[in-house]
Write a protein that binds this ligand. Structure first.
Ligand code: ATP
Ligand code: PAU
Ligand code: K
Length: 280
């Protein structure tokens, strides 16, 4: 297949739509974390803003002014939120009729999948695991801290082996706020020091929810590591030395939770978009 002149990777989540724009001249293979990758332009569009669809189109037009988004451009869309991706796809079709659009499914991702029903698996989980596996040697644990937090295992054979899903920082705080009379909402982006124990309501919620998310992550990493160890013991290859899993963290809340995760890990931003750009 002819290589497209430019690729627009679109990660449609439950809180935001994230776009990475990469033109052909710049589409170089890179080992670098994408935050450090000057070759892409990345932008997040919150779904609670009105006109978010139009904002995306305007932004892409602005970024690609010099080179029209023609048939030589390809959109790669990964969605876990059809209510958002349906209108977005229509808008893209109307605004950029020449370009090609691919709605990415698990069949497009060249990675073995060892779960009961691959069609039910969130494509964001698979793509971030795929992007991580292109950069690190399996086994891997891939954590995406977004609206939901997912903690997924790529086994020693390099297959997506399933994982865990829990509510993210904002969803957990929303549950507290909605379920009580007195508890306020928390702004997770302000980087207040967390005092232990919390000495006021906001501090207590911050400590509680942050611990809920990060302790769960540490426990899941321990579970998966134990499982990898016992699989290795029971396999023929028990004599081989398998490295402990590399832990990779991404998602909108990665920077907030990273300092509170005890297990050794690396942080990557925009791993889902990276996975989309890695596809052929
Ligand atoms: N400017 C922002 N607007 C909204 N949320 C933000 C912002 N910056 C960081 N966040 C945090 O990012 C989280 C959402 O992360 P992300 O954008 O990765 O989610 P998502 O992809 O929509 O979620 P999911 O894929 O789980 O549906 C929210 O929980 C919020 O705390
Ligand atoms: C878990 C989320 C919400 C994380 O974004 C998404 O991957 C999703 O909607 N998944 C579908 C269910 C599954 O992955 O098994
Ligand atoms: K996500």
């Amino acid at each position: 297949m002819k290589r497209p002149a430019g690729v627009i990777a679109v990660d449609v989540g439950n809180t935001a739509v994230k776009l990475s724009l990469c033109s052909n001249d710049l589409a170089v293979e890179t080992e670098a974390a994408d935050a450090a990758n000057p070759d892409w332009i990345h932008r997040s569009f919150a779904l609670d803003r009105s006109q978010w669809c139009e904002s995306i189109v305007d932004w892409v037009r602005e970024q690609t002014r010099s080179e029209a988004v023609s048939e030589a451009w390809q959109w790669r869309i990964a969605s876990v939120n059809q209510r958002a991706s349906d209108p977005l796809c229509k808008q893209i079709e109307r605004s950029f009729p020449e370009s090609t659009r691919r709605l990415i499914s698990y069949r497009d991702v060249p990675m073995p999948i060892d779960v009961e029903s691959p069609a039910q698996l969130g494509i964001d989980r698979l793509l971030s695991a795929f992007a991580a596996h292109n950069r690190y040697t399996a086994p891997l644990i891939v954590i995406d801290a977004g609206s939901a937090v997912t903690v997924d295992l790529v086994n020693a054979a390099g297959a997506f082996a399933g994982g865990a899903i829990l509510p993210g920082l904002t969803l957990q705080t929303n549950a507290l706020t909605m379920g009580t009379a007195a508890l306020p909402m928390i702004d997770w982006q302000n980087s207040d020091v967390v005092s232990i124990p919390g000495r006021n309501t906001v501090g207590a919620i911050r400590l509680g929810v942050l611990t809920s998310v990060t302790a769960s992550i540490d426990r899941l990493i321990a579970y998966y590591s134990q499982r990898l160890d016992s699989q290795r013991l029971h396999s023929q290859r028990s004599s081989e030395t398998t490295q402990p899993p590399v832990v990779i963290l991404c998602g909108g809340d990665a920077a907030v939770i990273s300092p509170h995760i005890q297990s050794k890990h690396v942080t990557h931003t925009h791993l889902v978009c990276q996975g989309l750009l890695d596809l052929t």
